[in-house]
Design a binder for this molecule. Structure first.
Ligand code: CAA
Length: 240
């Protein structure tokens, strides 16, 4: 039976690789995007994957968007909360706006994405919740008090959801990517990026597809006993 999967932020970066990998596994995939219409249209043209525009920071928009996806593709079995932003700045310069923007998108966005699909997963006795956290939620990061708080929060979310969903056939797991070759990492000043790569024992950035492979494993029917866990994929940069 083909599963239906929702990937937030699924038309670019790590999310695009996840959407493609789930499609290759035979899933019906819906990918959301926040604003970049051009990238979303190009992604759909390239992959045939449907894209939907909504702001994950807004509960009502997320709920309405999810209802539309379910009307188009069927009940969502797999949800990948991947959408995220950075507003990197040392704490003494961080504005309340920069704090709230990141919390609203990266953390409340996970609530807004999972909460509307959770009752259906409970009823159908199957669900896969996968949250894309970060190495920086595990170790913290200079200039990322806001981002690291959200990514550490993701780990609390999945550990709690795992306990609530286990009897209903739902698993909730997190992936903590290290530094992956995406626009987000390329936005870091080159000198800083070079110093980051020097701290990765693998000697390179990760590839989005290396994260997507972790997702397809966690999303599979036979990963049902893997629940509440965190997969770190960071080239040996950090161990929990
Ligand atoms: N550790 C310790 N000190 C640091 C530092 C670090 N990592 N980075 C900068 N500093 C120091 C600087 O050397 C400087 O010190 P001095 O004043 O003594 O010279 C001081 O902090 C202030 O630095 P700046 O004036 O350059 O600060 P700024 O306001 O211009 O901010 C920055 C620059 C935002 C910190 C920039 O360096 C940056 O973007 N750093 C990268 C942060 C990062 O790794 N973000 C991850 C993005 S990728 C991602 O988030 C994906 C994922 O999940 C992994």
């Amino acid at each position: 039976m083909a599963r239906t999967a929702l990937v937030t932020g699924g038309s670019r970066g790590i999310g695009a690789a996840i959407s493609k990998a789930l499609k290759a596994e035979g899933c019906n995939v819906a990918a959301t995007f926040a604003g970049n219409e051009e990238a979303a249209a190009a992604f759909t043209a390239e992959t045939g994957i449907a894209t939907y525009k909504w702001n994950v920071a807004d509960y009502d928009e997320s709920k309405a968007g999810i209802e539309k996806v379910e009307a188009d593709l069927g009940p969502i079995d797999i949800v990948v909360a991947n959408a995220g932003i950075t507003r990197d700045v040392p704490f003494h310069k961080m504005t309340p706006q920069q704090w709230h923007d990141v919390i609203d998108t990266n953390l409340t966005g996970v609530f807004n994405t999972v909460h509307p699909v959770w009752p259906g997963m409970r009823e159908r006795k199957f669900g896969r919740v996968i949250v894309i956290s970060s190495i920086n939620g595990q170790k913290g990061q200079f200039a990322q008090v806001n981002y690291a708080a959200t990514k550490a929060g993701d780990l609390g979310i999945v550990k709690s959801l795992a306990q609530e969903g286990a009897r209903a056939g739902i698993t909730a797991n997190a992936i903590c990517p290290g530094y992956i070759a995406t626009e987000m990492v390329m936005a870091v000043p080159e000198k800083v990026r070079d110093s980051i790569i020097a701290q990765i024992p693998a000697g390179r950035l990760g590839e989005p597809e290396e994260i997507a492979r972790c997702v397809t494993f966690l999303a599979s029917d036979d990963a049902g006993f893997v629940n509440g866990s965190t997969i770190s994929a960071n080239g040996a940069q950090f161990f929990v």
